[in-house]
Design a protein around this ligand. Structure first.
Ligand code: PGA
Ligand code: ZN
Length: 435
């Protein structure tokens, strides 16, 4: 009896914020403590992500997860029963071995991640500490992340009204996490006012809570966002920067060919798309560009890294939180930042490994939620404990988003001088030896 040995696993089919099934799991320890977790699910998923197990058939349109749930209480429970939950790496290695496939598709990455996260939460409870503390390096100071907040949505999250998926606000001048969230909340309100004035529907809200207006083209979304920042009484570029998630994989129509459907079907090659992005950077205060090119367009990505240098160039579908793909990126000098989504790789240990490797290589890290989320808030604790420096969880509206912001607000308030706030320096940390 260690008190933190895994005694039993429970699991159930829950719902995510899109109303689709997802896996919930609970890990019970022999000392009586327990932890539970529900896992998210993406819509603009990369081809190289770990694979969720879905039931198919007619229940929930095929999205059911009863088989994944059965795998938690069956094979995965049998594998981890008796292991020490405080040894996350040991539990995660056992989960991976039990599945036996590279993409965790046999038992389901959704099943595996639910157990992995519930194990961390249970271990923290068993040790009588908060989850952020249990996942941090011994002696490391908690770090509140710089948020990037979704203001206008397009792409797969908003009926493809725009080609670019996210237009986000990055608070550059805030001195605390709470100030940063207030700043972004003002930008959202200001942007909604500008849209209403210009006759656009503001009741149309996308999957991550962003405004989903049907604008004529991608540049007009940037125009509206700048006007929204000004309407909020803030200075674009000095007080608020713009981040975009191009999510280019979603509109790639061939090898290194991109079709901007929302702009009359304009077709660009990689150089053309990079040139377009560079011209946006001349006109707007863009500080971060995610998935500028498609997931396997390494040559295009290399070009983007040269041409768009000086900004945070963030790989999501490109790296899929996979240490091997990150290694290739570092070796090839591709991108300078990694989006980290635990469910892309399937275990907390692997996701954390990517954060460490990225930071060691001078790449910045942005911990990210998915478009299909739940009200669970473990992601906030990971950001603080792992010291990712940045976080992206969607809008400042909708409870599955605010659950994460609210946990971070609670931690900042409780920790006071015992924690740091990353601030805008997180956009360059490591690259300019800030850390
Ligand atoms: P997803 O989108 O969760 O639908 O993949 C989020 C993102 O692309 O960053
Ligand atoms: Zn993305």
């Amino acid at each position: 009896m260690t008190g933190t040995a895994i005694a039993e696993l429970r699991a159930w089919e829950a719902l995510d914020s899109r109303g689709r099934p997802t896996v919930g799991a609970q890990v019970l320890l022999d000392g009586g403590a327990s932890g539970r977790a529900t896992v998210p699910s993406g819509a603009s998923t990369g081809r190289h992500e770990a694979r969720e197990l879905r039931d198919g058939g007619t229940r929930h349109g095929g999205y059911g997860v009863r088989n994944a749930v059965a795998n938690v209480t069956g094979e995965l429970a049998a594998a981890v029963r008796g292991l020490d939950a405080a040894n996350q790496a040991g539990v995660d290695a056992t989960l991976r071995a039990a599945d036996g496939t590279d993409d965790l598709g046999r038992l389901g990455a959704n099943a595996v991640l639910a157990v992995s996260v519930a194990t961390a939460v249970a271990a923290a409870a068993g040790q009588g500490v908060a989850t952020y503390a249990a996942v941090s390096e011994p002696g490391a100071r908690p770090l509140l992340p710089l948020p990037m907040v979704n203001i206008i949505s397009g792409g797969a999250h908003a009926g493809r009204s725009l080609d670019v998926q996210d237009f986000l606000a990055v608070p550059l001048a805030a001195g605390s996490f709470a100030e940063a969230i207030e700043c972004c909340s003002r930008v959202r309100a200001g942007t909604a006012e500008v849209l209403a004035d210009r006759g656009y529907a503001v009741a149309l809200v996308a999957d991550e809570g962003g405004l989903g207006p049907v604008l004529p083209d991608n540049r007009s979304a940037l125009d509206v966002l700048v006007a929204g920042i000004e309407r909020a009484g803030l200075q674009p570029g000095t007080e608020v920067g713009i981040a975009i998630d191009v999510a280019a994989t979603q509109f790639a129509t061939g090898e290194s060919e991109y079709t901007l459907a929302a702009e009359g079907g304009r077709v660009l090659d990689a150089a053309g798309l990079v040139g377009e992005l560079a011209s946006w950077c001349e006109s707007y205060p863009i500080v971060s560009i995610e998935d500028a090119l498609a997931e396997d367009d390494w040559a295009g990505w290399r070009r983007a890294t040269e041409v768009l240098a000086g900004r945070q160039l963030l790989g999501d579908d490109l790296f899929v939180t996979d240490p091997r793909r990150l290694e290739r990126g570092v070796d090839d000098g591709v991108a300078n930042a990694v989006l980290v989504k635990p469910n892309q790789i399937g275990t907390l240990t692997d996701a954390r490994d990517v954060v460490r490797r990225a930071q060691a290589a001078g790449y910045t890290t942005v911990l990210s939620a998915r478009s299909g989320e739940t009200e669970d808030d473990w992601l906030a604790d990971l950001a603080v404990g792992w010291r990712t420096g940045q976080i992206k969880v969607g809008s400042t509206t909708r409870s599955e988003r605010t659950a994460k912001w609210n946990r971070l607000l609670q931690l900042e308030s409780q920790l006071g001088g015992g924690a740091d706030y990353a601030g805008a320096a997180a956009l360059h940390a490591g690259r300019e030896a800030v850390r």
